[in-house]
Every structure is written in structure tokens, then in C-alpha cells.
Design a protein around this ligand. Sequence first.
Ligand code: HEC
Ligand code: HEC
Length: 190
Amino acid sequence: MECRAASLVLAMLGTGVSADFDPEAYPRHETCALCHGLFGTSHIGKFPNLGAQDPTYLTQQLQSFIAGERTNDGGQMASVVLELQPGDLEQVVEWFSTQDPPEPATVPDTSAGAALYDNLGCGGCHDNVSDMPGVPYITAQKAQYLSKQMSDFSSGDRQARNGFDHQSILMVTEDEMEALSLFLSAEPRK
Ligand code: HEC
Ligand code: HEC
């Protein structure tokens, strides 16, 4: 019985799917899910979490990828964002920015990174995202992604938007970037 019911369902799906499949009918954020997760929590350290990220920041970074101003992703984002149709950008930003924030990672000892974060005054901007357009949340973000962004800023591979000089804020060693990243990845999003 069960077998017959299952094959009936399969047969129905079979005809329905082939007749109705229309890729344009799927929401655009599903094309981002492969790398960033459907709800904006990525499962691979080099792909950033997008869930609950600030919408202005998301919009600005997508515009930078589209304009070819942000290229430190090795071209992966460019190949995706150039396919976006009018209206898609707003749709994906709305989707990801309104998801739950990602869960923080578990890190045994974050004290070195916490001290650096305070001493270097990172919180002056990154703890006040809602008051500062273009500043991202960096808590509960992938540590590997954060480390790479910090070295990309300090080497000049990534330029902040609007001529903002993030390079000079990150005059720290690779080990210190690592400690900062581990601390931030384990901090809950506030
Ligand atoms: C094939 C994998 C892949 C797909 C698909 C993809 N991305 Fe990305 N995305 C990346 C990589 C890689 C980076 C940047 C990594 C880096 O800078 O080192 C990135 C970075 C980003 C960033 C910057 C995040 C930050 O914190 O600065 C945003 C925003 C983003 N992606 C949005 C999207 C959206 C929206 C889509 C779907 C339209 C999408 N991505 C599809 C791989 C992908
Ligand atoms: C004066 C404000 C300010 C201060 C202070 C500051 N940042 Fe930033 N940070 C920004 C802005 C603005 C951006 C987005 C840059 C862009 O346009 O690409 C950013 C981006 C980042 C990113 C990339 C996030 C992502 O999702 O790609 C990291 C990582 C980061 N900052 C770490 C730090 C650390 C660590 C400190 C302290 C050493 C710090 N920042 C201090 C303003 C600041």
C-alpha cells in the first residue's frame, strides 16, 4: 500500500514539476544560500554570515561588488551579483537582514582578543552599528572570514567605501588579528 501511494505521489510530482518549473519564480536569495546559508548562517569559514546584518551595510557591499570596487572575494561574488535583476538587490537585503542573528562560536579563551578590542577602540564604531551607516556587525561572524578581512584591509586588497581609512586602524600583527577574530566569533550579536 505504502509503495503504491509513494509511487502515485512521485508520478504526480513528476508531471507537475516538469510542466511548472520556472527558475524566475524562485526568490533570488535562494541563489545565495549555497554559500551563505538559506537563513544567512554559513557553514564554511570563508563565507560570511549574512543573517541580521545591517541592511545599509549589505546594500553598500553588494553595490561595491557590482561596481568592481570590492574584489577581495576572488571574483566569486561578482559572478553572482552581476546576474541580479532590478529589484533583486532589495529582495536579498530584506531577506538576510531580517533573519535571526547567527549563533556565536564556542571558543575556550577569548581574553586576548577582548583586551585588544577594548584597547584599540573597535567598539566605538562596531558597537554602534544602528547609528553609523555603513558599519557592519562583526560579532557572531566566522573567525576565518574576519581574519581574512582584517589582513585584506591592512594589505590594501580591500578598500573601505567612501575613502574611509580602515587600514590605519588595523596596525596589528597577524596573531592579534587572529585573537580579535576568535573573540568576535564567540561574542553574541547585540
Ligand atoms: C559561490 C559562493 C557565493 C555565492 C553563491 C554568493 N556569495 Fe556572497 N560571498 C562569497 C564570498 C567568497 C564572499 C567574500 C569573501 C571575502 O571577502 O573574502 C562573499 C561576501 C558577501 C558579502 C559581504 C559580506 C560582508 O560582511 O562584508 C555579501 C553582502 C554577500 N556576499 C551577499 C551575497 C548575496 C546577496 C548572494 C546572492 C545573490 C551571494 N552573496 C551569493 C561567496 C558567495
Ligand atoms: C571609525 C570607525 C571604525 C572603527 C574604530 C573600526 N572599524 Fe571596522 N569597519 C568600519 C567600517 C565603516 C567598515 C566597513 C568598511 C567598508 O566600507 O568596506 C568596517 C569593517 C570591518 C570589518 C569587515 C567586516 C565584514 O563583514 O566584512 C572588520 C573585520 C572590522 N571592521 C574590524 C575592526 C576591528 C577589529 C576594529 C578595531 C581594531 C575596527 N574594525 C575598528 C568602521 C570602523
